[in-house]
Unconditional design. Structure first.
Length: 290
């Protein structure tokens, strides 16, 4: 019998309860205060819209020095039937070592049985396997990067929001993309759409920065991860980070209810080999007018 979204979300809540009992101290788990209630509301009325995908961050103390390592968790609605998106980061790790650690973490999680909850397993794996990378980071990042050759990968995140209006929020989006060397775009208005592409750790950091402290009406709808032995810049669909300005419908300039022209947006996506993303973002197939 096929597993339903409702059954998966019930398992996700059970796992979160278990993790909260394992990490009861303040700051050990960062979880949006509305994340669990929104899933609970959906479980009571499964005919409504799906809740935002569950995301949280677990801070671990590794080794005798208790070095802080964060495990960022992003759960698709069908987890544990679908693998979670996990990313371990630490200020004590150089970029190459962080990439190596996450490559091994992803490989370990993919080796586990499909359908089993695995965040507790991932937590233990990070605690058991981070220390060698933390110790190597004290020696030489150049030496470490020569020891293990890892394929580079381009990460591309497609992010949907009910709306993007505020100037300070837009500034945060553009400043973060520039700082992290990410290309893509931000579509302002209603709905709001963001695409970022670059190194995985940079995309994950961008997602963490713009999400917190509390942006409720936003979700990562789709992720592309493309491996290459060459330069990831050759895989980019965008040459910079664009500020999309399309014709708006509604009271633009008077009140915040203006809807962007999605036909122009679909045309923009097709020009960047991404027309298929329209249906993923909006749930309907995009069609251009003749």
């Amino acid at each position: 019998m096929a597993v339903t979204v409702k059954e998966c979300l019930e398992l996700q809540l059970l796992e979160v309860e278990m993790l909260l009992s394992m990490f009861p101290k303040r700051g050990e788990i960062s979880l949006d205060k509305d994340a669990v209630p929104s899933i609970q509301r959906y479980l009571k009325n499964a005919n409504g819209a799906l809740p935002p995908q569950l995301e949280y961050c677990i801070t671990l103390d590794v080794g005798e020095a208790k070095v802080k390592v964060e495990l960022q968790v992003h759960l698709p609605h069908m987890y544990p039937q679908i693998a979670p998106q996990l990313f371990a980061r630490s200020d004590a790790l150089h970029r190459q070592q962080q990439l190596q650690l996450n490559t091994r973490l992803t490989s370990h999680i993919s080796s586990l049985d499909s359908g089993d909850l695995c965040i507790c397993e991932a937590v233990q794996w990070v605690k058991d396997n981070s220390l060698p990378y933390l110790e190597n980071s004290k020696i030489s990042p150049e030496h470490s990067s020569k020891e293990v050759r890892v394929k580079a990968s381009l990460h591309r995140m497609w992010i949907y929001s009910h709306h993007i209006y505020r100037q300070e929020l837009r500034k945060k989006i553009f400043d973060s993309a520039k700082k992290l060397n990410l290309t893509g775009f931000c579509l302002t208005g209603k709905p709001g759409v963001i695409c970022v592409e670059g190194l995985r750790e940079n995309c994950e950091e961008f997602w963490r920065v713009i999400r917190y402290p509390n942006w409720k009406h936003i979700s990562c709808k789709h992720v592309d991860n493309i491996e290459t032995e060459g330069n990831i810049d050759d895989l980019r669909l965008f040459h910079g980070f664009e500020d999309l300005q399309f014709q708006a419908h509604g009271g633009y300039g008077l009140r915040n209810d203006y809807h962007m022209d999605l036909g122009q947006f679909l045309e923009f996506l097709k020009q960047h080999q991404s027309g298929h993303i329209f249906q993923i973002l909006f749930g309907v197939e995009g069609k251009l007018s003749d």
